[in-house]
Design a protein around this ligand. Structure first.
Ligand SMILES: *Cc1c(COP(=O)(O)O)cnc(C)c1O
Length: 377
């Protein structure tokens, strides 16, 4: 079979990386040539860390090479052992990070309204070996922070949020990274804010600082001696420079995303069998994703049919997240996806539609026309 090759320009992708003006980036990286300090916590790294701490409204930030290693390095620095309660309705990175740290993920089902961990079910998945909870703020929806906090306090557990989807958000006026013991962000090119590749962990307890700093740098806590079995997860100067540039524009980007988001709402709200994402009280959103849930019986077409039709029209919506992580082939026989039925159902019904700052209204309308055209009404 010959597959038709279409250039990226012809297609509407689910996301498109924000870029600063090339000149702005060039100005930012000029000093790297003068200094020849390319990585290992140079001046750009330090400046970006300072700016980011302010922007996120948190006490402590450690920069890392990506969001995935932010999760792994945080768990290692905390010295966790045993079971970690989490959800399978996430990017596979969350589950992989737990397993790769030698910990055992215990899956709790999600809430069908906001896709985050169902706090009412936490007690039912607690084991004698539970050491931590790793909830995920999904699509920019935040978890039930108060209930998770109470549960963790009651049982003496650490809370590490996978906050990869919530850059720039606040809850009750506080930076989203300031909740729990730690929150990990991703600065991957596809996210609301990026450093090409990158990530960070925001953490509460100052005493975590030395361990985190060491584990991301081969475990060195002394110029020659390694006190930890660390890895290498340092952010380099070029990525930090990209972060400094993009941080100047991220609020504008979020405002533009909001326009796209609201246009989708206008067009799709009220169509039978389509579930939209409800705004949450006390949350300043970043409009990171536009998830749509199709109830095939009521809407008239199932999620995969909608996706196929969109693809035929050059629109690259995404089955995100599908499959649930506990149904991925590498975990076959280890976990049972039927134990988290809501996550399983959502993974079979949800589609995330294209959203990025400069997606124009004409295109949003075209996407909506394709979807509405499949409706039974
Ligand atoms: C993007 C993402 C990650 C991984 O971040 P990288 O920077 O790509 O390593 C982890 N968890 C979630 C929920 C994500 O969306």
């Amino acid at each position: 079979m010959i597959t038709e090759v279409t250039s990226v320009e012809d297609k509407i992708l689910v996301t498109r990386s924000s870029m600063p003006d090339m000149d702005e980036y060039m100005d930012e990286i000029r000093s790297i040539w003068d200094l020849r300090w390319l990585t290992n916590m140079g001046p750009k790294h330090e400046e970006f860390k300072k700016e980011l701490t302010k922007y996120l409204g948190v006490d402590n930030v450690e920069l890392l090479v990506n969001g995935h290693l932010a999760l792994e390095m945080t768990m290692q620095a905390m010295g966790l052992k045993g079971d970690v309660i989490t959800t399978p309705f996430t990017f596979v990175s969350t589950t992989h990070a737990i397993v790769r740290c030698g910990l055992n993920p215990v899956f709790c089902d999600i809430d069908p309204w906001d896709y985050t961990i169902n706090a009412d079910k936490l007690e039912s998945v607690l084991t004698r070996d539970t050491c931590a909870v790793m909830p995920v703020h999904v699509y920019g929806n935040i978890c039930n922070i108060e209930a998770i906090d109470d549960f963790a306090k009651k049982h003496g557990l650490k809370v590490i949020y996978d906050a990869a989807h919530t850059f720039g958000e606040t809850y009750k006026g506080k930076g989203i990274g300031s909740f729990g013991d730690a929150s990990c962000f991703s600065f991957h090119a596809t996210k609301v804010f990026h450093t090409i590749e990158g990530g960070c962990v925001c953490y509460r307890d100052d005493s975590l600082k030395d361990a985190l700093y060491a584990v991301k740098d081969f475990g060195f806590n002394d110029p020659e001696d390694a006190g930890y079995i660390g890895g290498n997860a340092k952010m380099n100067e070029f990525c930090a420079a990209m972060g400094l540039c993009n941080l100047r524009h991220v609020d504008d980007d979020i405002a533009k995303r909001r326009v796209v988001y609201e246009r989708y709402n206008e067009r799709l709200d009220g169509i039978k069998g389509i579930g939209l994402n409800d705004p949450q009280a006390d949350v300043k959103s970043n409009y990171a994703y536009y998830p749509v849930v199709f109830d095939p019986g009521i809407f008239g077409a199932d999620r995969d049919t909608v996706l196929e039709k969109l693809n035929e029209n050059g629109i690259m919506a995404r089955r995100y997240f599908y499959p649930a992580t506990n149904a991925m082939s590498c975990y076959k026989g280890m976990f049972d996806p039927d134990e988290t039925p809501v996550a399983k159902m959502m993974s079979e019904r949800v589609l995330t539609l294209p959203i990025y700052p400069d997606l124009d209204t004409v295109t949003v309308d075209r996407i909506c026309d394709v979807i509405i055209g499949l409706s039974k009404e």
